[in-house]
Design a binder for this molecule. Structure first.
Ligand code: NAP
Length: 331
């Protein structure tokens, strides 16, 4: 099958350190034919990294090129909707970085693109493609822990201007979308939870701003229920000093699954029944493979705009639900 001629819009952290390594593993599937960054230095640096791929400073010029049939959009979130629209109007297939849009009304407009254009469009939500979560889904389907009824995810990290390259990007410091890091990072966890346990349709969250330097809010505890009647708590705390953890506990009628980073443990009443370390390169390669199959084989992509919209709806719903706390006073 022919390689997809790909243009990359936005030459920042995601393009350089996440997409490029994945695309290097897919040399038979993609040929990067042009790149764009509005500031020249980054465009030049990325072009050099790619071996001299031509660059432009205005993405409209990239969209006019006949040697670009698909675009990878890795821009500040607030640009996703407009640039996606322009790309589709120019007849290009689109993979756009998560979250789908800066707000739900723009995300809704993007949902409508699925009916309007017969082009492939997907949101680059890599957690939907992570092998560790696929393994968990298989185990759940095989009944390894009986009927799952609860999930608890603790994600404690310390992100600060001094230690984190993401926090240093201007558009994250002055973010034009609700929720700061809670939205930016939290949307991954929502995508994975929805994928494994069903749609999240009820819940209430508490949020907090611990570090004013990294945005409007940085911490959230969200209690929810899915349409498969699974209850859960997602704790996503981005200003956790002195303690970091990425741990998911799934409780089932016959046992539990514990995921700590890339280690998966199955337990029953008797104790540990099985342990494995999963090779998980975070799903970046797999999401581009899905994009490729969508374009060349006409397959339905897994991380559709619909799924991206639902992810955003949940995280926005969680953040907005904080106002409901006052109705829950314990008398
Ligand atoms: P970033 O480093 O700031 O990259 C964005 C790039 O876009 C910058 O190089 C910026 O240039 C450029 N840019 C801004 N406005 C532009 C315009 N109008 N035309 C062309 N270029 C423009 O941010 P990032 O961390 O890569 O994030 C980009 C996207 O990837 C976001 O949607 C983010 O949520 C997503 N992301 C996803 C993951 C993941 O794991 N899936 C991880 C990180 C980021 P200047 O900096 O010179 O302004």
């Amino acid at each position: 099958m022919k390689k997809v001629k790909l243009g990359i819009i936005g030459c920042g952290i995601a393009a350089q350190s996440l997409h490029w390594p994945a695309l290097q593993k897919l040399k038979n599937e993609f040929k990067i034919t042009a790149i764009c960054n509005h500031t020249e230095k980054k465009a030049q640096d990325f072009s050099k990294m790619l071996g001299g791929v031509p660059y432009v400073l205005d993405y409209h010029h990239l969209l006019q090129r006949a040697d670009v049939e698909a675009v990878d959009i890795a821009l500040p979130i607030q640009l996703n909707c407009q640039v996606t629209k322009d790309a589709l109007e120019a007849g290009k297939h689109v993979i756009v970085e998560k979250p789908l849009a800066a707000n739900l009304s723009e995300a809704k407009m993007m949902l409508d693109f699925e009916d309007k254009y017969s082009l492939v469009m997907m949101v680059a939500e890599n957690y939907r493609y992570r092998s560790i979560f696929h393994r968990v889904k298989n185990y759940l389907n095989q009944g390894k822990i009986g009927e799952p009824y609860a999930v608890f995810w603790n994600r404690f990290v310390f992100i600060d201007l001094k230690n984190n390259k993401y926090a240093q990007t201007k558009w994250r410091i002055n973010h034009q979308y609700k929720g700061g890091f809670v939205t930016d990072a939290g949307i991954h966890y929502i995508a994975a939870l929805r994928d494994m346990f069903g749609n999240i349709n009820h819940g209430i969250a508490f949020t907090r701003r611990v570090n004013p330097n990294i945005g409007e809010i940085d911490s959230m505890s969200f209690q929810f229920r899915t349409d498969k009647n699974i209850y859960g708590v997602l704790n996503t705390f981005n200003s956790s000093k002195g303690y970091e953890q990425d741990c998911i506990l799934i409780s089932g009628s016959e046992g539990s699954i514990l995921i700590e980073n890339d280690k998966l443990t199955l337990r029953s009443e008797e104790g540990i029944t099985f342990e494995e370390v999963i090779e998980d390169d975070q799903g970046y390669k797999e999401e581009f493979e899905d994009f490729y199959r969508g374009i060349r084989l006409g397959e339905k992509v897994r991380s559709s705009f619909y799924e991206g919209y639902k992810d955003l709806q949940v995280i926005m719903g969680a953040i907005n639900s904080t106002s409901k706390w006052k109705n829950l006073e314990l008398k």
